[in-house]
Ligand binder design. Structure first.
Ligand SMILES: NC(=O)c1ccc[n+]([C@@H]2O[C@H](COP(=O)([O-])OP(=O)(O)OC[C@H]3O[C@@H](n4cnc5c(N)ncnc54)[C@H](OP(=O)(O)O)[C@@H]3O)[C@@H](O)[C@H]2O)c1
Length: 336
């Protein structure tokens, strides 16, 4: 899939971008890997880390269409990972989040269409399903832009799909690094916002592998959702520090008690496959008839029951405290 190809990753210096690049060079022989992001220092650190001839570092902002077009010249595949993703920051600075996550998405689409990119996969989040915060709302708007973009391709080869997944264990600003820092500081109690809170749980490696699979599976217009376990945040605290007390501190701005990946209101559009779900488009693509029930890998999916919701509270797969500990240790080993 990626051998001999030119691949561009917006937000390539982020957690996902670094892990995706590592996976690419370990498993494929791409011609070029282009990193597109704003901060020169993060690019410098990444260039030092990878030190390989395939890499190109483009400083640019997804808000800047002309720069994106220049970067996408000759590119075959794009992963759109650039985003502002801090929930409280988005609540306080909504227009900044809209510019990057919504207008940036539109620019990625336009540049990909104009430069004849073959496949674009945009990263989404569980927070985009039934959003209650601005970050989630911008990611839902972005998802809608990418799905609808398949109607603008005409005779062009470009196809757009979305991958939606939940909390990446250990990612910047998330709960595991926070608990680790507090444990190292020797605090007596770990803060949990609500005793019932649950989250979907995925490692960066699993996220990367799912995105790679999406490039193989995609026909254009799908929202791919992996089947992954849930955790109770109080169990996470017990797994990381069995002897510490838990302090309930209250729900933060824009925070949900439970996350959703496939909303009940989309159940008439949702197909279940062995290890994932596909939310099919609510709109028709006028110049193509796509059978989403069978993907290019030959995997088949069938409609879920009307009213079905894939929700971190009622997920049939919860990790026990022991399993959370083992999962987190594996993640640490993979990222070491
Ligand atoms: N981490 C999670 O738990 C999680 C869960 C589900 C989905 N996702 C999604 O996965 C994607 C990647 O997340 P991540 O964890 O890798 O994020 P991250 O570590 O915060 O990285 C974000 C990347 O985006 C770049 N960026 C931000 N604003 C930009 C702009 N205006 N123009 C160009 N580049 C920009 C950043 O670099 P500069 O600042 O240098 O520009 C950085 O390279 C996001 O779309 C996120 O919504 C993440």
């Amino acid at each position: 899939m990626f051998n001999g190809k030119n691949i561009l990753i917006t937000g390539g210096t982020g957690s996902f971008g670094n892990a995706f690049c590592k996976y690419l060079i370990e498993n494929y022989k791409p011609n070029k890997i282009i990193i597109f992001s704003r901060d020169e220092y993060k690019q410098y650190i990444m260039a030092q880390k990878f030190k390989r001839p395939e890499f190109r570092f483009f400083i640019g902002d997804v808000r800047d269409l002309s720069r994106l077009k220049m970067a996408m010249s000759g590119v075959d595949m794009v992963v759109h990972a650039a985003a502002l993703k801090h929930v409280p920051a988005a609540e306080y600075n909504p227009i900044e989040c809209i510019h990057t996550n919504v207008m940036g998405a539109e620019n990625v689409i336009r540049a990909a269409l104009e430069e004849g990119v073959e496949k674009v996969v945009a990263l989404s989040t569980d927070k985009a399903a039934n959003p209650i915060n601005l970050y989630g709302a911008t990611k839902l708007a972005s998802d809608k832009l990418f799905i609808a973009a398949n109607n603008m391709t005409g005779n062009r080869p470009t196809r757009f799909s979305v991958v939606r997944y939940g909390n990446v264990v250990g990612s910047r600003g998330s709960v595991v690094p926070l608990f680790k820092k507090l444990i190292a500081q020797g605090v007596e109690k770990l803060p949990v916002t609500h005793p019932d809170m649950t989250r979907f749980w995925i490692s960066l490696r699993q996220g990367v592998e799912f995105v790679v699979k999406a490039f193989h599976r995609m026909q254009g217009g799908e929202i791919f959702v992996p089947k992954i376990p849930s955790v109770r945040i109080v169990d996470l605290a017990k797994a990381m520090a069995p002897d510490k007390e838990i302090e309930i501190i209250g729900i933060r701005p824009g925070e949900k008690l439970h996350e959703v990946m496939c909303p009940a209101d989309d159940s008439h559009l949702t197909l279940e496959f062995a290890d994932h779900f596909v939310i099919t488009p609510s709109i028709r693509f006028y110049d193509k008839e796509i059978d989403y029930g069978k993907n290019p890998l030959g995997e088949t999916g069938s409609p879920v029951e009307i009213g079905f919701e894939y929700n971190s509270r009622i997920n049939p797969h919860f990790l026990t405290i022991e399993e959370i500990r083992a999962f987190n240790e594996t993640v640490e080993m993979e990222e070491a």
